[in-house]
Design a binder for this molecule. Structure first.
Ligand SMILES: [Zn+2]
Length: 85
């Protein structure tokens, strides 16, 4: 498993996804189409690395509740904190 950082240039938000996420599709996005308004950075090996990459780009990443929320629930060792919860 690896991780991708998604950035929406229009709405200026960043989200970290696992590669298996339906929103991510290994960095191809939900509709498997390249978009002018979105950027995917990855793959990276860990959530920590994804977070580092996002912050390096000046983004303030949140975590996808769909893929990483489930992962956190299952493993309870992802160390995910989401200030918006
Ligand atoms: Zn996701």
């Amino acid at each position: 498993m690896n991780f991708w950082v998604h950035y929406n240039k229009v709405h200026k938000y960043s989200k970290i996804h696992a590669n298996f996420c339906g929103c991510c599709n290994d960095g191809n996005g939900m509709h498997k189409l390249p978009g002018d308004n979105v950027e995917w950075v990855g793959p990276v090996d860990s959530i920590e690395e994804a977070k580092r990459v996002a912050i390096q780009n000046g983004w303030n990443p949140t975590f996808c509740k769909s893929c990483l929320g489930a992962l956190q629930y299952l493993t309870n060792k992802t160390g995910i904190t989401d200030s918006k919860q």
